[in-house]
Design a protein around this ligand. Structure first.
Ligand code: GLA
Length: 751
C-alpha cells in the first residue's frame, strides 16, 4: 500500500512492504527504510529519483570477519555497516552515536526501534526554539517517526520536513521518557546523515574576533574531522555550518551538501569517515558541557538542523540557504522590508560623546540622506569605560542629562529614526545591578570567576533574570522613540553553573541559557513588533540561523576594513543572505588594521550588505560628502534587490588577488557586479569576468555608458575587466588609473 500526499509538490511516500520512506520535492529525494530489526536506515540523499520504487537493495551488508553481529546465525547483519539515521553507542556501531543516554543503572546501551509514523502537510513549530516554518501547509510535508527503547520506555520522535520551494530537509528530534526511571541524555545530534562514500571536500567557516567566517577546506579522510564551539555562543572561531563538496564539483556545477544549525549555543559539526569510506555527517549540540536529566514523564526537544542538496555547486547551495533563511527562518515586520540606511557612532566616538556631539554627527548624517541614527555603547549607567555600567539600563547622567527620550525626540525631530545599543545579557561588577544581585551571574561556587572584557554573564537560565532584563529594556523602549536596537553579547561563557538548580541539572545550563535568550528576544519581538533588531556578538560571534528568526540582520564583524571584509563577507555568503550581513563604511586609517582604502571601495564592499556608515561624516571633505550622497542614493535605488536578489560569487579572495560577486534580480533585469583588486599589479594581465544568472537572450546596458551586451556575451564571452595598471608613475594622481584596493561597481540593466 502506498500512503502519499499527492496534493503538495513536496511529498512523503511510504512503501509498506520494504517499510520505505521517500521524501521528494521533484528536485531532491531523501530515502530511508526500516530494517528487520526495526532500525531506521538511510538509503539515499541527493537529486530526485523515481517514486513508487523499492530502493531496499541500497542497503549493503557484506560479511566482514572482524565485525560484531546482532544475532547468532546472521553474520552479515552488523550495525557497523549500516547507514543509520539514529545510531547508538555500544552495540556494534563503533562510530559516533547520534544519541547516547545514561540510565539509572549506569548503562549507556539503548536499542531504539521503529514503532510508528505520521505524515502530515506543513510543519510544526519547535516549542521554545527557533525553526524554519511554513506560511501554508502546502509548502512542506513532514514525516514524524517514533522509535522506542523497549527496556527504558524512552521514545525518540524524529521529525523530517521536505519543502516544496527549497531543496532542503529540516530535521529535529525529541526524546520522551515514558518510563519509571530517570535517564540522562549525554549526546543528541540533530542531524545524522550517513553517506555512502567519502569523496568530498569539507568546507568550514572559521576565524576569530574581527576575522570571522574565513573559508577553510580539506578533503575528507578516514577518521573524524570536526568543528565546534564550547563558548556558549556559536562563536567567531567556528560557524555552525559545514559543506561537503563532491569531488569534481565547484562553485557552479556538481553536487554539494550543506548543513546548518538553527541554534545559537554550543555546537558540534563532524564528518567521520569509517574504514569502508562511509561518511557520517553530524550536527548538534556540543556534547562537551552538555547533559540533560530526563525525569519520568518529561521530554527534551533538540534544535533543528537544515540540510541542503545542490546540483549547481556551492553557489546553488548558498542560494537555497539564502532564500530559506531570509523568508522561512527570519520572520516579522522587517523580514521583507527594505532596511534603513544607518549611521552608528561607535567608531566615531567610542565613549567620548555628549548629546550635542551626537546631534552634530546625526545632523550631518541627515544632510546626506541617512535614515537611522544608532547610539552605540556608553549611553547608560556609569559606563565611562568597559569596566562599569553593564546591567544599568538608564541614561548616563553626565553624557545624557536629558535622557534617551529627549535625544530620541531630537533625532526624530530631524527626520531620522533612532536606534540604541544594548548588551542585555551582561553585567559589570561595578554596577547597581550586580550590587543588588551578585548571585545572578553565572559562576561555580567556591571557584574563580573568569571575566571577559571586565564583564560577567547574567544567568538567563533563570526566569527571574529574564524577567528583570525584559522589564529594564521595556522601560527604555516604551518611554522613548526607538526603532532599532543593536543587541550585543561580548564574552564567552565560563564556570558555567546554575546555583538555583540541583547537581542533576548542571549539564543543562548552557542550553537553558540559550532558551532564556530566545525567550527574551521573543518577548521583545512580541511587545515591539516593528522594532528592527540587529544581533551582534563582539562582531560576528552569534551569526547563526537561530538568531535570524528574531533579528533579521547581524553585525558581521568588528573589522570594518574593506579588504578584510572581502573575505568576511564572501565567507558569510556561503550560508547567510546579504539582507542579514551588517556592513558599514568606516573611517581611514581603518581602526582595526590601520589600512587606508579609497572611499568608493569601502562603499562598494558595504553596498552588498545591510548598509550603513560608522564614522563622523563631519570629518569628510566636501567632495567626499558629495560622493556619500551619491552612495546613499545608490543604496536607496538598489537595496531591495541586494536584499532579495540572487547572489553569485565570481572570484574568491581566498584564491587570488581579485574578488568579485554579483546580485541579479529574480526577473534577470538588473545585475550589480562588485569587482575588487587587492594589490595593484604592474603591467597586469588582461582579465575577463564571466557573469552569472543573466538571461542569455536579453540585452543589457552598462549603466552610465552607451555600451550594450547580450546576456550570452556577458556570461560566455566574458566582460573585459582589464585595467590600465601600466606600471607608470602618476605623481599628480595617485588614485588615477589603477591602484591598491581599487574596485568597481558595474550596474547592468536590461535595455
Ligand atoms: C562590540 C561590538 C561593537 C561595539 C562594541 C561596543 O565589540 O561588536 O560593534 O558595539 O561592542 O562596546
Amino acid at each position: 500500500m502506498i500512503t502519499t500526499d499527492t496534493q503538495a509538490a513536496a511529498t512523503v511516500e511510504y512503501l509498506k512492504a520494504p517499510r520505505q520512506f521517500h521524501l521528494n520535492n521533484g528536485t531532491i529525494s531523501y530515502l530511508m527504510k526500516v530494517d528487520k530489526h526495526g532500525k531506521l536506515l538511510n538509503l539515499y540523499f541527493g537529486s530526485a529519483v523515481p517514486r513508487e520504487t523499492n530502493y531496499a537493495h541500497l542497503v549493503e551488508m557484506l560479511h566482514r570477519s572482524t565485525s560484531v553481529n546482532t544475532e547468532l546465525g546472521d553474520d552479515r547483519y552488523s550495525l557497523e555497516h549500516l547507514r543509520q539515521e539514529l545510531p547508538e553507542h555500544g552495540s556494534g556501531d563503533f562510530r559516533d552515536p547520534a544519541i547516547q543516554i545514561k540510565q539509572a543503572n549506569g548503562s549507556e546501551i539503548t536499542n531504539f526501534t521503529y514503532q510508528t509514523h505520521k505524515i502530515y502537510a506543513g510543519k510544526k513549530p519547535l516549542p521554545g526554539l527557533p525553526a524554519s516554518y511554513v506560511e501554508n501547509d502546502d509548502e512542506a510535508t513532514t514525516l514524524e517517526l517514533t522509535l522506542t527503547d523497549d527496556l527504558t520506555k524512552i521514545d525518540v520522535l524524529l521529525s523530517y520536513t521536505i519543502f516544496r520551494d527549497f531543496d532542503a530537509i529540516a530535521r529535529s528530534l525529541e526524546v520522551v521518557n515514558r518510563g519509571e526511571e530517570a535517564a540522562v541524555i549525554e549526546r543528541i545530534m540533530s542531524l545524522n546523515l550517513d553517506l555512502p562514500d567519502a569523496d568530498y571536500e569539507w568546507l568550514q567557516l572559521s576565524g576569530a574576533w574581527s576575522r570571522e567566517r574565513n573559508v577553510k577546506t580539506r578533503h575528507l579522510q578516514q577518521g573524524t574531522q570536526s568543528i565546534s564551539s564550547a563558548r556558549g555562543a556559536s562563536s567567531q572561531t567556528q560557524n555552525p555550518f559545514v559543506a561537503l563538496i563532491k569531488d569534481g564539483s565547484n562553485e557552479f556545477t556538481g553536487e554539494t551538501i550543506g548543513a546548518t544549525f538553527v541554534y545559537s549555543g554550543n555546537f558540534l559539526a563532524s564528518a567521520e569517515v569509517d574504514t569502508w569510506d562511509v561518511t557520517r555527517l553530524q550536527l548538534g549540540i556540543n556534547p562537551q558541557g552538555f547533559s540533560w536529566h530526563l525525569a519520568p514523564e518529561t521530554h527534551f526537544q533538540a534544535p533543528e538542523a537544515l540540510v541542503v542538496f545542490s546540483e549547481q555547486g556551492l553557489n546553488g547551495m548558498s542560494q537555497t540557504f539564502h532564500k530559506l533563511l531570509r523568508t522561512r527562518v527570519a520572520q516579522g515586520y522587517w523580514r521583507d522590508r527594505e532596511r534603513p540606511i544607518l549611521l552608528n557612532n561607535w567608531e566615531a566616538t567610542q565613549y567620548d560623546f555628549d548629546e550635542n556631539k551626537l546631534v552634530s554627527i546625526a545632523s550631518k548624517a541627515k544632510e546626506v540622506g541617512v535614515e537611522l541614527f544608532v547610539l552605540d555603547d556608553g549611553w547608560f549607567g556609569e559606563r565611562n569605560s568597559d569596566t562599569a555600567g553593564l546591567g544599568d539600563w538608564y541614561a548616563n547622567k553626565e553624557r545624557l542629562p536629558k535622557g534617551i527620550k529627549s535625544l530620541s525626540e531630537r533625532i526624530e525631530g530631524m527626520g531620522m529614526k533612532f536606534g540604541l545599543w544594548f548588551e542585555p545579557e551582561m553585567v559589570n561588577k561595578d554596577s547597581e545591578l550586580y550590587r543588588a544581585h551578585p548571585d545572578w551571574i553565572i559562576h561555580t561556587p567556591d571557584r574563580n570567576q573568569s571575566n571577559g572584557r571586565n564583564q560577567f554573564v547574567l544567568n538567563l537560565a533563570r526566569e527571574e533574570v529574564v524577567d528583570h532584563i525584559f522589564d529594564a529594556m521595556d522601560n527604555i523602549l516604551s518611554n522613548a522613540s526607538i526603532s532599532y536596537i543593536k543587541w550585543d553579547m561580548n564574552r564567552s561563557m565560563t564556570e558555567v553553573f546554575d546555583i538555583s538548580r540541583s547537581e542533576h541539572h548542571q549539564g543543562e545550563v548552557f542550553h537553558r541559557y540559550i532558551l532564556g535568550v530566545y525567550e527574551l528576544y521573543r518577548r521583545i519581538n512580541q511587545k515591539f513588533p516593528e522594532l528592527l533588531i540587529e544581533s551582534c556578538s563582539a562582531g560576528g560571534g552569534r551569526f547563526d540561523a537561530g538568531l535570524l528568526q528574531y533579528a533579521p540582520q547581524a553585525w558581521a564583524s568588528d573589522c570594518s576594513d574593506a579588504v578584510e571584509r572581502y573575505k568576511i563577507q564572501y565567507g558569510t555568503s556561503m550560508v547567510y543572505p546579504l539582507s542579514a550581513i551588517g556592513a558599514h563604511v568606516s573611517a581611514v586609517p581603518n581602526h582595526q588594521v590601520n589600512r587606508v582604502t579609497p572611499l568608493d571601495t569601502r562603499f562598494n564592499v558595504a553596498f552588498f550588505g545591510a548598509f550603513g556608515y560608522e564614522l563622523d561624516l563631519n570629518e569628510l571633505s566636501e567632495s567626499e560628502i558629495e560622493q556619500v550622497k551619491k552612495q546613499i542614493q545608490l543604496v536607496k535605488d538598489y537595496r531591495g534587490m541586494i536584499q532579495q536578489g540572487d547572489f553569485y560569487r565570481l572570484k574568491s579572495p581566498f584564491e587570488g588577488n581579485i574578488t568579485s560577486w554579483m546580485v541579479v534580480t529574480p526577473e534577470k533585469e538588473t545585475a550589480l557586479v562588485g569587482y575588487y583588486k587587492t594589490l595593484n599589479d604592474v603591467n597586469g594581465p588582461y582579465r575577463r569576468l564571466y557573469l552569472k544568472g543573466l538571461d542569455e537572450e536579453k540585452i543589457y546596458r552598462l549603466k552610465s555608458s552607451d555600451k550594450t551586451y547580450s546576456g550570452k556575451e556577458l556570461m560566455k564571452v566574458g566582460f573585459v575587466a582589464s585595467d590600465a595598471s601600466s606600471g607608470e608613475y602618476c605623481p599628480s594622481n595617485p588614485y588615477g588609473t589603477s591602484h591598491d584596493f581599487d574596485s568597481k561597481l558595474w550596474i547592468f540593466e536590461v535595455v
